[in-house]
Design a protein around this ligand. Structure first.
Ligand SMILES: [Zn+2]
Length: 308
């Protein structure tokens, strides 16, 4: 594990510990959340682990501290080891309740169609899905005539039919559309991938960024979430991140979207490569954060009403 003394996004030292959770190894998990914690302890080969959540007082990012180092990430995302399902099954959950459910299949088809629409509408012809596993996000039939590539940290999935796998980001390619969805919250250094990808985008290209918006939940319960997530973004921190990595946010919004077997609040942004001379308005950002939090709580409330 790696203990951070500054914000991993904006590098400010104005950070404060905001909450803490101590994980302890047990014979049998208590519930689904504990099942994830037990899985984490197993993968990191630990009997106890204190995970804290910190708040950056400059960009308002919430982040896990200590965060994962490269060795931890390799252990966590190693697909050749037994997966988390054993732990879920011990609390009564099965793949049919989760990612293999008909709801998950329907949600996946909906996402594939939504991404394809964005790509086609923005003229994407040479597409990279960053962190897209086997390239499953790019399988909509309307993309059949495009060039489709996938890069994933794990690199151990066989690519889907029609998808080219890239083994290293140090390639001499230019893409005119990039998907970067549900990856950034897993990356301890949030600047890393967006900086790398900035060199691979064509001047008129666009990047679709999507991350879960679980900010208000974290703010309320004051502890880190699922095993996998290390950073919890709001709109201000995404705009800040885009600027620091050579992009600008053309649009940014919050929406409740299907993901896996659930619906979840997401931040969705279209990033464009930034060139010198672009300035953003800063005056409304702090109001925007308050608005974001109220909005996400409200969306959660509405969602819970209909899915209770
Ligand atoms: Zn920060």
């Amino acid at each position: 594990m790696k203990l951070l003394s500054e914000c991993p996004l904006c590098k400010s030292k104005k950070i404060g510990k905001y909450g803490k959770k101590v994980l302890t190894k047990r014979f049998k998990p208590k519930n689904a959340i504990d099942a994830e914690d037990q899985f984490l302890l197993e993968r990191l080969k630990k009997n106890t682990l204190a995970r804290s959540i910190c708040l950056c007082r400059s960009c308002y990012l919430l982040f896990q501290n200590p965060t994962y180092n490269q060795v931890d990430l390799k252990n966590l995302y190693n697909k050749s080891k037994p997966g988390i399902i054993r732990y879920y099954e011990s609390v009564g959950l099965t793949t049919e309740n989760l990612w293999a459910s008909t709801v998950s299949q329907k949600n996946l088809a909906e996402r594939q169609s939504r991404y394809a629409n964005e790509i086609i509408n923005r003229g994407g012809t040479k597409i990279l899905d960053y962190g897209g596993d086997s390239g499953i996000n790019l399988l909509h039939c309307s993309l059949n005539d495009t060039e489709r590539y996938v890069y994933d940290f794990g690199q151990d999935s066989l690519p889907e039919n029609g998808i080219h796998q890239i083994k290293s980001l140090n390639v001499d390619h230019r893409f005119n559309f990039m998907l970067h969805t549900h990856v950034l919250e897993h990356e301890p250094d949030p600047q890393f991938s967006l900086s790398k990808l900035r060199h691979l985008i064509s001047p008129e290209g666009a990047l679709l960024l999507e991350v879960p918006f679980e900010y208000a939940e974290r703010l309320l319960i004051r502890r880190p979430g699922a095993v996998w997530h290390v950073n919890y973004f709001n709109r201000k921190s995404i705009i800040e991140l885009a600027e620091r990595t050579g992009w600008f946010c053309e649009t940014i919004k919050i929406k409740n979207l299907p993901y896996g077997h659930i619906s979840t609040n997401c931040i969705i942004a279209i990033l464009r490569p930034a060139f010198k001379g672009l300035k953003r308005k800063r005056s409304l950002e702090n109001i925007q954060i308050v608005y974001d939090i109220i909005l996400s709580l409200f969306m959660r409330l509405i969602y819970d009403q209909f899915h209770a």
